[in-house]
Design a protein around this ligand. Structure first.
Ligand code: AMP
Length: 644
């Protein structure tokens, strides 16, 4: 028997939700549905967005309504127009096999006449934002005297947005006998007061800990100097080529500025804030939902109720003024059982605020290091390799060219060909990040404080510490090692303690670590008989700079783009709508248009314009290909990125 049937949901609804991919109830559905189906309780559910709460209340409502009676029996109030539309669509989808179910969405910023007409036709379930609902009630256009169930969804958000009075007024038009179901991600005093004022002995259900962030979300913070914030942010984005993120700023102006700078630097970003018209906001949101936009730069208010699954990262470009808002921000990722990362880019004075947030969400942050230029290069390189490996080959199209291609390569071995293809991109990555600075706050001090060690962050510093020797090991990040893992691995296999290990510099297929010079022999000897998954572990004393190794210079300075660089293809933007399409031509010079100004981009080494997408043959709007969204990950089209 289907588990939803077992919870008491009828066949027609189960069939509809099965089509939506609901095979098993989420924890909140499992606990809430039986309680709500009884129809006899008030209810408080403390649940994050993304936990499946819409179905947790939507399915019982659909079971409890008497469709023969053509008047409003359920009212769902929620904070934003986006959420309102989302909920009404979801409920309609759950009900699609039931005859005569009328669900009407009522929200501001849209023509009220149409909404009044829909109400007049007959409605069982009203989904509404408080402002517009009050307006319609004032016009006496709806009668709530037979309402049996009121759902207050995202109650904390509604109160944050100042809807308390509207809610009071709306609820006063519903019968005293109705049942109220309240859902909230957090439980501040004001929400608690609603529960006390409007409910009788509500059943309470907490998913996770009170005020706790979603367990699927990892929290990280980066400490940078104010002047490096934007560059560090871009580095983090570059390090995550498949990012699909929401970036939170504190003000509308900051939101707009960051979005504009990103677009100028060739990223696929746009802003969402309160100064935009509803139409503009809808357009931006549509593009984001469609994943033709990779980074959504938003204010807290504008991002309320954004309900997009598969957001990989939330980035707090600025921390929120209100600590409670951090939960709302981070809750935009890690939805529907997916994992997500919430990042805060802060300055050293803000660590106290991180500690406060940790207390509030009941989870610790990890202090992360802004990736080095080398890290980014490596990540992008292996991203490229992975894509080449997995690319779908269009056999019919490529076939006609194969004899000529093969003839060109006849004198090259497989290894040579691979090296050359990879170098086509790799040379450019390297060139691009040549001299990229360490953007972590305190990096300069750290670099000069040789001998400092012990902290995870310091293990990542540069230059060999006094009294230590730098060793090469042929294990790295691709072997699923973190710095901590590698430290443990070294200590366990050699018997030396962590204090005798200095900086650890994780790379892809290899790493470097320092040991106190007196232990060098002990370490190299200890590893001689050891193999890692059948591969001999190799330890060697390293020169100061490894072959093809660190490309950073302390004077470095961020590189301005020009030549080389990411992207490629053609990029147009203007009139508020940006379009991207590939130049359709492999590696030949890309072209970029932006806001009327036009750049012809040559690209270093004459192989611009390609980028990952062209390389891998993927379409530019391929939704799965995050890199492609911002013009093809690495690759030509030079002139694209600014300060890195
Ligand atoms: P919600 O918290 O209601 O916004 O739901 C978050 C996402 O999870 C939505 O995309 C739902 O379609 C999806 N979802 C809800 N319940 C289930 C379920 N039982 N199985 C799979 N997906 C679900």
């Amino acid at each position: 028997m289907n588990p939803f049937n077992e919870l008491g949901i009828r066949e027609d609804i189960v069939n509809a939700i099965t089509e939506l991919g609901f095979e098993n109830p989420t924890p909140i559905q499992e606990s809430a549905i039986p309680v709500l189906l009884s129809g006899s309780n008030d209810f408080v559910g403390l649940a994050q967005t993304g936990t499946g709460k819409t179905a947790a209340f939507g399915l019982p409502l659909l079971e409890l309504i008497d469709y023969k009676k053509n008047f409003p029996q359920a009212l769902i109030l929620c904070p934003t127009r986006e959420l309102c539309l989302q909920i009404s669509n979801d409920v309609k989808n759950y009900a699609k096999n039931l005859p005569n179910v009328n669900v009407v969405a009522v929200y501001g910023g849209a023509n009220i006449v149409n909404q009044l007409r829909d109400i007049k036709r007959g409605v069982h379930i009203v989904v509404a934002t408080p402002g517009r609902m009050k307006d319609i009630l004032n016009r006496k256009a709806i009668d709530f005297s037979e309402v049996k169930y009121v759902v207050l969804d995202e109650a904390d958000e509604m109160l944050n947005m100042g809807f308390q009075e509207d809610i009071d007024e709306i609820l006063s038009t519903t019968p005293k006998t109705k049942k109220t179901w309240l859902f909230s991600a957090t439980m501040p005093r004001e929400v608690r007061a609603i529960a006390q004022n409007y409910m009788t002995d509500p059943k309470e259900l907490t998913m996770g800990t009170k005020n706790t962030g979603n367990v699927n979300i990892e929290h990280e913070y980066y400490i940078v100097k104010a002047r490096d914030k934007y560059a560090a942010f871009k580095r983090i984005v570059d390090y995550n080529p498949d990012i699909f993120g929401i970036v939170f700023c504190r003000t509308k102006i900051e939101t707009q500025e960051i979005a504009e700078s990103l677009v100028k630097d060739g990223y696929n970003a746009d802003a969402l804030h309160g100064d935009l018209s509803q139409q503009q906001r809808d357009k931006v949101m549509k593009r984001y939902r469609d994943r033709s936009l990779q980074l959504l730069i938003a204010t807290d208010v504008a991002a309320r109720g954004i309900d997009v699954n598969e957001v990989t990262h939330v980035i707090n470009y600025s921390l929120p003024d209100e600590i409670a808002n951090y939960t709302h921000r981070s809750g935009r990722t890690g939805r529907a059982g997916k994992s997500g990362i919430s990042i805060a880019i802060i300055n050293s004075r803000e660590t106290g605020k991180i500690r406060q947030i940790e207390k509030q969400i009941g989870k610790s942050f990890t202090k992360a290091e802004v990736p080095t230029g080398f890290d980014v290069v490596e990540k992008q390189l292996f991203g490229l390799i992975h894509k080449v490996h997995n690319v779908e080959v269009n056999e019919t199209q490529i076939e006609q060219y194969l004899p000529r291609i093969m003839a060109e390569f006849v004198d090259l071995s497989k290894e040579d060909i691979i090296k050359r293809f990879v170098s086509l991109e790799f040379n450019r990555f390297l060139d691009y990040y040549k001299g990229a600075r360490d953007l972590n706050a305190g990096a300069d001090d750290r670099n000069s404080e040789r001998g400092e060690r012990g902290e995870r962050s310091e293990r990542g510093g540069r230059g060999t510490s006094e009294g230590f020797t730098r060793l090469f090991i042929n294990l790295g990040a691709v072997d699923d090692f973190t710095r901590g893992d590698l430290l443990g691995y070294i200590c366990n296999n050699t018997g030396i303690t962590g204090r005798s290990v200095g900086k650890i510099d994780m790379k892809g297929v290899f790493s470097f670590f320092e040991v106190e010079t007196e232990f060098v022999e002990k370490v190299t000897e200890a590893f001689k008989p050891i193999d890692f998954h059948g591969r001999d572990v190799r330890i060697e004393v390293s020169g100061d700079a490894p072959e093809g190794g660190e490309r950073r210079s302390s004077s470095g300075g961020e590189r301005r783009s020009g030549g080389g660089g990411y992207g490629g293809g053609e990029r147009r933007s203007g009139g508020g709508e940006r379009r991207e399409r590939s130049s359709g031509g492999g590696y030949g010079g890309g072209e970029r248009k932006s806001g009327g100004s036009r750049e012809r981009t040559g690209g270093a080494g004459g192989n611009s314009g390609g980028g990952f997408r062209d390389f891998s043959g993927k379409r530019r709007d391929d939704k799965k290909d995050g890199g492609s969204n911002r013009g093809g990950g690495y690759g030509g089209g030079g002139g694209r990125r600014g300060d890195r």
